[in-house]
Design a binder for this molecule. Structure first.
Ligand code: GDP
Length: 495
């Protein structure tokens, strides 16, 4: 436990209905009792008590406040905590903080209350990080994810995997240390299988990270299509606001407009690109160049067609340019108008274009990553037609808003790890966690190879310990006592 008592204003800066000051440490109660005139002492834990903050100089009441005392260890920091709710006048709050400091408290560093909760063992690292994420969340979905992690969802998912690793280490250690006590030495193929099992579980967690990153940081969506097909209009539908300039004359949306919408709780930065077409106009060509870069850089692409005009050669050219870059939704817009193509025909044209090998001249940029699962077997039929993974086709009308919800669902389903619109709740959203898990997987791979080559267990254990330490970095350390506990409890060696 920390020796000193810390104090800070816990509510955001500025004026408010109330402002809360938090004190944490051995002297929290003593300091509050000196500064606040209270009807009875000692304060009852977890009860709000009305008190008066009296100005030491003038002896006048500065504010009527509510004081709540949380006795250690049943508090946020696991130390004695006093929360004083004042009326939210910044001058009064600062005066009270200064008075606390004059009575022996120290101004808290940023995040220090949560740090103390961690150091005192009340929460683990993932929970501490989730508290920060919850405070920073911009959509309700982000908040829900953070709240689950705050309850320990990441640790809960990691715990059984880590336990299997600890058990394996313990069994191998016992085999080495207590060989003369007839503890059987584990067989190499059994060890390799167990290592593979642990690695699989970690890989599953790690694969969910990309979606987790989408939730945490949001995604960028490039809207692509010939001029006048309705990109700006669809963009506005998704944004639910009229922001981009909508115009009847082709090629006039030259600037990239960037706004953030929330689709299924994921912040989506919409990048409305200038109409890409072959042009001699200097200004328009700059717009086209910028568009191409934005398309290559985005997480997801939306190709808009004009259903009234059908699938034109230019649409197919665009499709074949952007399809190698990854996830793509094709919106057949203006579905309120009489269409030249029905949905089935369109899907078969798209599937046909997708199956054509991509020529070098079709590639958008050199940096464009190869299409994931290119020429992979088509997945289950959607609306009676086979479409490859990472591709979806929807009918929309920006005018009547028909199909906008389906479009949102299609975009969302391409982002989720198994391409369902079901959203996994216990995904890894934190880069630090992902990096540690990846490192743990790397060490397990090494260990797996070593086991296959019948390397002495002492050597193999080094990799397993490294892997365990990488996992420790996510949730907190495994102590020697933890390991010894498993060794002695499962093997009854301590005879
Ligand atoms: P962009 O150049 O691709 O961004 O196209 P705009 O969004 O500027 O739209 C071009 C024209 O098509 C405008 O007159 C829109 O009102 C019209 N438009 C856009 N979407 C639809 C739609 O779904 N149905 C109909 N009938 N017209 C649309």
């Amino acid at each position: 436990m920390a020796e000193d008592t810390i104090v800070a204003v816990s509510t955001p800066p500025g004026r408010g209905g109330i402002g809360v000051i938090r004190l944490s440490g051995n002297r929290a109660l003593e300091i509050a009792s000196v500064l606040i005139r209270l009807p009875q002492l000692p304060l009852k834990a977890r009860h709000a008590t009305l008190g008066e903050f009296v100005d030491a100089a003038s002896k006048q009441v500065l504010d009527r406040v509510m004081v709540t005392f949380f006795r250690a260890p049943h508090s946020y920091t696991a130390e004695d905590v006093v929360e004083i709710s004042c009326h939210g006048a910044p001058v009064v709050l600062h005066c009270l903080v200064e008075c606390c400091i004059a009575k022996g408290a120290r101004l808290a560093e940023p995040g220090e209350f949560t740090q103390r909760a961690f150091l005192n063992g009340r929460i683990d690292l993932t929970q501490a990080e989730a508290i920060r994420d919850l405070i920073d969340s911009r959509t309700l979905f982000q908040a829900r994810m953070a709240a689950q992690q705050m309850e320990g969802a990441v640790s809960a998912r990691l715990r059984p995997v880590k336990q299997t690793l600890i058990d394996l280490i313990a069994r191998m250690e016992a085999g080495i240390d207590f060989a003369e006590d007839e503890v059987p030495v584990a067989a190499n193929d059994g060890i390799a299988a167990q290592i593979a099992g642990i690695r699989d579980a970690l890989e599953k967690m790690e694969q969910g990270y990309e979606f987790g990153r989408f939730v945490r940081e949001g995604i960028s969506l490039a809207i692509v299509g010939r001029p006048n097909v309705g990109k700006s209009s669809l963009f506005n539908c998704l944004l639910n606001e009229e922001r981009a300039i909508v115009t009847d004359s082709p090629g006039t949306t030259r600037d990239l407009v960037s706004e953030t919408a929330s689709i299924g709780g994921i912040p989506v930065r919409l990048v409305d690109t200038a109409g890409i077409r072959e042009t001699v106009d200097q200004v328009e060509r700059i717009g086209v160049e910028k568009s191409l870069q934005a398309i290559a850089d985005s997480d997801l692409r939306l190709l808009v067609l004009d259903a009234a005009e059908g699938w034109l050669v230019e649409d197919e050219k665009l499709f074949r340019k952007i399809r190698p870059l990854g996830r793509l939704v094709v919106a057949s817009n203006k579905s309120d108008l009489p269409s030249r193509l029905d949905e089935r025909q369109l899907k078969s044209k798209i599937a046909e274009a997708d199956a054509l090998p991509v020529g070098a001249h079709d590639r958008l940029t050199d940096s464009g990553s190869p299409r994931p699962g290119a020429f992979a077997p088509a997945e289950e039929p959607r609306n009676g037609l086979l479409l490859p993974a990472g591709l979806a086709v929807v009918k929309t009308s920006a005018r009547t808003r028909a199909g906008i919800h389906t479009l949102q669902q299609a975009l969302l389903s391409l982002l989720t790890p198994n391409q369902s619109s079901e959203v996994e709740s216990e995904v890894i959203t934190n880069l630090r966690h992902q990096q540690s898990i990846k490192e743990a997987i790397r060490f397990l791979e090494k260990a797996g190879q070593a086991a296959a080559c019948a390397v002495p267990h002492e050597m193999l254990l080094l990799d397993l310990y490294d892997s365990l330490h990488s996992l420790d970095a996510v949730t907190g350390a495994t102590t020697t006592e933890d390991l010894l506990g498993v060794i002695f409890s499962t093997f009854c060696v301590g005879k």
